[in-house]
Ligand binder design. Structure first.
Ligand code: IPD
Length: 289
């Protein structure tokens, strides 16, 4: 059966490439930083310009489609998911990284139809690293062979084969966030006692990158409370396409507007995290706005 959304996806990939160039160029210049809700909630002109570019280019071709964009919502647009084909955009996922030129930054675009994240969305995820801008030819070729590039070229490394029964010897990194929800600025989204076999916790600072690291087998899991739909929509499909699982923090089905998720290389690992994690209320994307 032919893919009714292929043309949209192809168009979005081209738009995302242009947006990626915009991000790369901005990294070479001075970055003017503005605050949103708090001193740790940052935005730059590049976030806003990239989002405008993506939305206007898609809207021109598909005027009936809907959009939820991080910066549009920050400017007062509604964040409501309907059955209409909807583009969910984070123009720079990892804005703090971008500001500090910490090299994990992504443009994340998810596409939903009838409120379901389409399995085609990963076409539109493009990852950028600072080294790609400043790097030598040698560094560039390393990047092209890296898992990040694999995501873009649609060749996934599979999720890690670590421990299908939970965290035991051989488990690698798990990633979490540092709880940036405004009511819980210092609340680590973590469990009270780490299972001893986890090698390390890492927090690269871009949710889409975190999910791709699970997808390509560099980490076994990623969990987060206080995240937004634009942080999750693109990467969610990448993980499942690579053979991983995605679920709610409670162990129930993943809900794009819930502001929380667990992704893992296996169900056993995700369920182990469910048992250990302490939940707290982070609200929802479709009721907080
Ligand atoms: C942020 C990143 C970060 C996560 C934050 C998000 P932004 O997205 O995904 O990893 O910890 O909760 O807000 O603001 O840079 O697009």
């Amino acid at each position: 059966m032919s893919d009714p959304w292929k043309e949209c996806m192809d168009h979005c990939v081209e738009v995302t490439k242009k947006a990626g160039e915009m991000v790369r160029e901005a990294l070479l210049k001075d970055i003017a930083v503005m605050q949103k809700s708090s001193p740790v909630d940052l935005v730059t002109e590049t976030d806003q310009k990239v989002e405008q570019l993506i939305i206007s280019s898609i809207k021109e071709k598909y005027p009936t489609h809907s959009f939820i964009g991080e910066e549009s919502v920050a400017a007062g647009a509604p964040s409501v998911l309907t059955d209409n084909p909807t583009w969910i955009i984070d123009p720079i996922d990892g804005t703090t990284n971008f500001v500090h030129r910490f090299p994990f930054v992504s443009i994340s675009i998810g596409f939903t139809v009838k409120k379901e994240v389409s399995d085609r969305v990963w076409d539109c995820l493009q990852l950028h690293r600072g080294q790609n801008v400043h790097g030598t030819e040698r560094e560039r070729s390393i990047l092209q062979r890296s898992p990040y590039q694999s995501v873009w070229t649609r060749r996934y490394y599979p999720v890690s084969g670590t421990d299908r029964n939970g965290f035991q010897e051989g488990s690698r990194a798990v990633q979490n966030n540092a709880g940036q929800h405004q009511d819980h600025p210092h609340h680590p989204c973590t469990w009270s006692k780490h299972p001893v076999s986890i090698h390390r916790i890492r927090s690269p600072g871009s949710a889409a990158v975190n999910m791709c690291l699970v997808a390509c087998g560099s980490a076994d899991a990623y969990y987060h409370m206080g995240i937004h739909c634009w942080d999750m929509a693109g990467g969610a499909v990448v993980v499942t396409e690579a053979g991983g699982v995605i679920m709610d923090i409670s162990g129930g089905p993943f809900d794009l507007m819930s502001r929380r998720l667990i992704v893992a290389s296996s169900r056993a690992i995700a369920e182990r995290i469910v048992k250990e994690i302490k939940e707290f209320n982070v609200g929802r994307d479709d009721t907080d706005n």
